[in-house]
Write a protein of this length. Structure first.
Length: 351
């Protein structure tokens, strides 16, 4: 199905004003954006237009009741200047999973892919070659009814904006294991990419940073016993030669990078265990030397190694591994994303 997407090109590109070797991730945006409105029960007026401010009224429902969801995905350019998305179908499925949980109408698949690919193709010059370079893509939906009744919005706005990206974390991280605050509670919206999930993390993360840590490892909200996520990433633990990650529940985001890492690890003959891991088990493995690595996995950072963690008053430093799973799995994943390695699972999507 072809949708009549209106395309309004920018009069002049701002790409030549950007120093691609010196910018802050998420602060520079490409020339165009995609916009579509939900009015009277239908998604309507899909448009690609120059990146610009949007106008909403102070009574817009998203400002009062937080109906806002988003996705994070990337496009990569290979050595032949061909552009590839990585597993975009997973992002489409997840944004609608989030929409259902937040009482937002689902977005049509054909329109999602047509708007996405036409926008990325329009701004393909913003995708640069080189290690860590990509185009970060942010689809999102907000409630946009101008009324302050505490009910789901009747109107919504779906948008996609794009930002050039480079290496997210350039160092190994020091993390604090949460023993008071939680990222998500059972029965809540932790499995959805709801905007409020991230707002709730900022305060405890700031407290951890004041103590000299880079991020927080979140534990379950019931007992603060089981390890769930690291910052805004899924988390992996290598104990002996086993790779362990928490099962996806209603408190843990079903990360695209997470499931890709699991598959690649299994392809490499690494034993992957998807199970609950308690903080006490983690500390015991650190004490007896069986804990080899901890790393986070997510779209923005891909893979981020953790050099040490603290729980309450106990701090544990990790020795670097010569046969690092984190480095190996990241290298393979990035190789697939950038069309340098075989894609036997058909994860790449050509623009």
């Amino acid at each position: 199905m072809n949708f009549d997407i209106k395309i309004i090109k920018a009069n002049e590109s701002k790409i030549d004003t950007i120093d691609f070797n010196n910018f802050s991730f998420g602060s520079v945006f490409t020339d165009h954006m995609f916009e579509c409105d939900y009015i009277d029960g239908n998604w309507t007026n899909p448009t690609i237009k120059p990146y610009q401010p949007i106008s909403i009224e102070p009574s817009a429902s998203v400002l009062h009741y937080g109906q806002a969801i988003f996705e994070g995905m990337k496009a990569y350019k290979d050595e032949n200047d061909e552009v590839w998305l990585f597993r975009p179908n997973q992002n489409f499925e997840r944004i609608n999973k989030s929409a259902i949980r937040m009482a937002i109408p689902e977005f049509p698949k054909e329109l999602f892919f047509e708007g996405l690919t036409k926008l990325v193709d329009t701004d393909r010059d913003w995708i640069k070659h080189g290690e860590g370079r990509s185009l970060y893509i942010r689809p999102f939906i907000i409630g946009n009814e101008y009324a302050i009744q505490a009910v789901p919005s009747k109107n919504y706005k779906f948008m996609i904006i794009c930002a050039p990206a480079t290496l997210y974390y350039t160092k190994k991280l020091k993390v604090l294991v949460a023993d008071k605050y939680s990222r998500a509670a059972s029965g809540g919206v932790g499995y959805a990419k709801a905007a409020g999930n991230y707002a709730g993390q900022f305060y405890p993360t700031n407290l951890a940073k004041e103590l000299g840590f880079d991020q927080v490892i979140w534990t379950d909200s019931n007992e603060h016993k089981y390890l769930e996520e690291a910052g805004t990433m899924n988390i992996f633990f290598r104990i002996d030669n086993n790779l362990i990650t928490a099962p996806v529940t209603d408190t843990i985001l079903d990360g695209v990078t997470r499931k890709s890492i699991i598959q690649i690890a299994r392809d490499q003959g690494i034993n992957v265990e998807i199970k609950k891991l308690s903080i006490e088990e983690l500390k015991n493995s650190a004490k007896n030397g069986s804990l080899k690595e901890i790393f986070g996995a997510g779209t923005a950072a891909v893979v981020s190694e953790i050099k040490g963690f603290q729980h309450k008053k106990e701090y544990f430093e990790l020795d670097g591994q010569k046969d690092s799973y984190a480095e190996k799995l990241k290298s393979i994943l990035v190789g697939i994303q950038t069309n340098k390695l075989q894609d036997k699972h058909n994860w790449r999507y050509k623009v």
